[in-house]
Design a binder for this molecule. Structure first.
Ligand code: SAM
Length: 189
């Protein structure tokens, strides 16, 4: 088998952690591709999908509606650093979450994720997720603010106590044009 590409590997990690009855969170819904991927896999569980952009909330809602899966998805028009409050009453195990950092291709490039908010949201996830759950962060660093966010997120995850979380980095290191890479965080305690 050839080396798995970065985005298929992100999906592989998510699908390994999402099971019937579990809760999954799309922290950056955008056009809703990952939200749909998760919704197709949670069965009797639930997906929460966050985005700060009205257009993204609409695109995601439309995509999930077209797949007839809206009964298992909550699209939240708010920043992902509200995640802890949003899932406060959730009793099912939260086993997977995904971030695609940066801006939504084809839309306003000034609406981008930022290191501080991303790190705050990661901290909240580590509090509320089930032990064994995984957070997949796809880091896009081709643009200037993406490089800043990359460095902030890497500094944060490198500082996590290994007893609390295992952190994996996956990406090609000899590819041109700053291809995205993955940071995956497994909650251990
Ligand atoms: N996974 C998406 C898809 O399949 O289309 C692409 C996501 S795009 C790279 C990043 C998204 O994060 C944008 O839609 C942007 O509006 C959103 N975003 C930026 N800051 C955010 C925040 N603080 N909370 C939630 N979403 C945010």
């Amino acid at each position: 088998m050839g080396l798995m590409r970065v985005l298929p590997f992100a999906k592989h990690l998510l699908s390994e952690h999402v099971t019937d009855g579990s809760v999954a969170i799309d922290m950056t819904a955008g056009n809703g591709h990952d939200t749909l991927f998760l919704a197709e896999r949670v069965g009797s569980g639930h997906v929460y999908a966050f985005d700060v952009q009205e257009a993204a909330v609409k695109a995601t809602t439309d995509r999930i509606t077209a797949a007839n899966l809206l009964d298992r998805v909550s699209v939240v028009h708010d920043s992902h650093d509200t995640v802890k409050a949003v899932v406060a009453d959730e009793t099912r195990p939260i086993t997977a979450a995904v971030f695609n950092l940066g801006y939504l291709p084809g839309s306003d490039k000034s609406i981008t994720t930022t290191g501080n908010t991303t790190i705050d949201a990661l901290e909240q996830l580590l509090d509320v997720m089930a032990v064994g759950g995984v957070v997949v962060v796809v880091i896009y660093h081709g643009h200037e603010s993406g490089k800043v966010e990359r460095d902030e997120v890497l500094t944060y995850v490198e500082s996590l106590d290994q007893k609390r979380a295992g952190v994996l980095r996956y990406g090609f290191v000899n590819q041109i044009n700053h291809p995205p890479f993955i940071v995956a965080i497994e909650k251990r305690a």
